[in-house]
Design a protein around this ligand. Sequence first.
Ligand SMILES: [Mn+2]
Length: 342
Amino acid sequence: MNARVMVTDGWNVGIEDPSQVHGAAAAAATAAATAGLDAQDTAACELVATELATNLVKHAHTGRLLVNVSGHGAVQLVAVDRGPGIADVGASMADGYSTTSSLGGGLGACRRAAARFDVYSLPGQGTVVLVCIGPSAMESFPSVEVGGIITPHPGESAVGDGFGLAWEKDRLTVGVVDGLGHGVAAAQARQAALEMIEQQPTMDSAGLLRELDAGLRVTRGAAAAIAQIDGWSRQLTFAGLGNVTGRLFGPAASQSLVSRPGILGAGQKARLHRVVSADWRGPAVLVMHTDGIKSRWEPSDYPGVDRHHPAVLAALIWRDANRGNDDATVVVIRTPRDKGGQ
Ligand SMILES: [Mn+2]
């Protein structure tokens, strides 16, 4: 099986009062157009964005709607807040359910419109609602689960970050890229890097970084990290240059995966050959993020999150650790629950 997924477009809509609900729906419609969704799925995106944003205003008072175009034709909408949480997630799905202390019945409508729907809520600490819409929204890789969040620099519409996945035989390659600076020129460097990663699915991490270093010289440059998971050997390799880092949570211990300092494409004589290897045995979780995300977060802050889609953990890390002054990307890769995960 060969597969490619690239996620490069993102919208981060602050929701504090009812006048911003329209902006949420507009972002969702733009995302649907970017993903090439049909009229029915486009309408579903707008409906879900409207419901999620309305819920944020009513029940959390303030929150954000994060919209990404992922895969080939899927839109991911994620509402994040630090509101009171939902006491009974199951009951909140029932039509007509609404109290002043909980999300309203709009969630039931969201679930019906969605190819994928997930809610994670902790009383007093807030809620993440994940909705995916589109024909490829349920596409997955055979032996990993992947979810991510990408948001642009607050002053930009172009996103300078991105991530790509390439699957070749039993090896998954994950590239997380942060184009230098932000805005359109950063997005061009990011795009060039992701396309190079997609075109070389059989190359190892160190080789890919050398390829990027040479290929990005016509751009302003980028930071990037490459993780590869070999399903046969159950080994993970990681190599990176610049401020894209990772953490691997294995069955027994966690391990920081640190990139070397530098910029790909800057013509520096960087030492790109250092590759970190680790076992990839379930239950395992790999989190990779750009420097728009602080390194101070712990999955243990989110009890039960391993029973949810990995994009939920990505959204929680984004909510609690994003700096708010840069493009920001979090990608979570996990062994599936039925293959040694939980
Ligand atoms: Mn950055």
